[in-house]
Design a protein around this ligand. Sequence first.
Ligand code: MSP
Length: 602
Amino acid sequence: MLAKASSERSVVCANRPLAEMSRFYVTTPIYYVNDVPHLGTAYTTIIADALRRYHLLRGHSTRMLTGTDEHGLKLEREAKKRGKAPAEFVTEMSDRFEATWPKLEVQPDDFIRTTQPRHEKLAQWFWEEIARRNPDDIYLGNYEGWYCVGCEDLKTEKELEQPGNICPLHKTPVERIKEPSYFFRLSHYQDRLLDHYKQHPKFIRPETRLNEVVSFVQSGLRDLSVSRTTFSWGIPVPGDPKHVMFVWFDALTNYWTALQGDEEHKKFWRGDSEIVHLVGKDILRFHTVYWPAFLMSAGIKLPTTVFAHGFLTVNGQKMSKSLRNAVDPLGIARAFGEAIGGNDAAGAEVLRYQLLRAISFGQDGDFDFAAMIERYNADLGKNLGNLLARTLGLCTKMTGGKVPPRTEITQLEKDLDSAIQADRRDAIAAWDALEPHRALERTWAIASAANQYVDRAAPWAEDKKGNRARVETSLNTLLGVLALLSVLIWPARHTRCSRLSRRKWTRRRPGPRRRPGPRLRPRPRLRFSTNSSQSLICESALCEARNESPKRTSFSSYRWIWASPNCGPSLPALLCLFSPRLSLAEELSWSRTLRRASSARA
Ligand code: MSP
């Protein structure tokens, strides 16, 4: 049976043979540590994590990188303001970032800090490599112009708001600087960049952003100042330590310097690895003009895609610390976790779902706690929760908790199967296209179709008529749908799935007992008709997923859940996955929750 299943194609990648599977390297911007993380910065990190998990499910070798950007004038001044040495200050703040991600159910493979020696060494190598390969590309000159410390970027007069030379992003006056500086000969790369955009339509996404960048480059590129001499909190320029590197030169190289050693570079940068940088729309130019030009000059492969997302807004205004409307993601997770009678992790999962589902990735989106509650009730309660509760309730009553056979297939099942296949294909295509909102929308369409199917198939009525074959077929069909959903939902809500191997499985892993998660009420009592090999396969799949093992078997094991003729192992999986209470409506005191949410705002 094992041999047969492994020769089949898998659930998630039915359209793609295993031989084509490859490597996926996803990055977030590295965050300035002048302040703590807020929901806006958590947004990209959560999306990157979900994409990584999706690729893990597909059996790809995956790697997710995030980290902190710790050099530059902004941080030097912030440290001074707080009476601390820059190194001490950035370490404290970076630790807060690093500690935040696991609390949001995000598990990056690597966390880079630009003050780490591993980064500094390779950033200097990068500079030297440019100078070695193209001695003309870096030259010494004098820079005179405007500088926005908030953006850590040079500004032209045209970009500023008048009167007062105001940065349009930070709404603060820019500073005039005049100092010796090394320049990067960006002007030489104009045609090569335009050519690259043309040859690689996936390089800048979404497409509207491509047009924006193309017209910027077509309007003419000026050489870029890449070093500073009036402060010292940065990486010294090789051979001229009076200069420190321009903070963006230093920061952009992190995506490459984080891969240490030939093996990692070979695996995730060279060859056919898909390299995806997720960035906010405000830093698109750095990633699609400067970064590819640096890479071209150093003779290094360019990333596959730079995807620019929109801003999270509050009442239509960009969420940011400086505008004092930033929302604390951990506060939201805590408040929501409490509201649903679970822990912070349960709240974090709902927050993840909301961010992934509610905002079209690429566009601005307003964050609204009331909308999050509404979606929780509608999608996770009424739709998915209802499907789960009905199916398990019916199984408890009509099949004694056993997974029944599928013996009498009618047009109802055929219609449902074809609707589901289409939605499943669309969901997968959407994950591939970096559109998690659409992927989840299609996934939930499967749950809606299955809810309609229960009404039409009416197993309770067939039961009354004594039509066992129909009862069993419809319940088997529903369990199959839930099994598929448990896979498709995993990138967004994986914790419940990962708990699986610790609960109800034939083999318990050694180690301390954990607190049980929130319970489904009334909890159906089910006996699982699994055979031991299936249990074992599923157990190892879920352990692997939890432990971030890059082994491909995790994916092929998921196939088993679906391919299994008797869906046995999926039942406990489903219980763990969808254990939030079925309806929040009665339990949730709106005013109390909203009060908590507002006090959670930073
Ligand atoms: N350090 C640079 C990035 C260097 S990457 C080589 C930086 N840091 S940042 O902390 O200011 O911003 C990091 C990211 O957070 C940016 O992509 C920015 O767009 C994003 N966001 C900041 N506020 C945001 C929202 N309100 N909504 C969504 N993303 C937001 O720039």
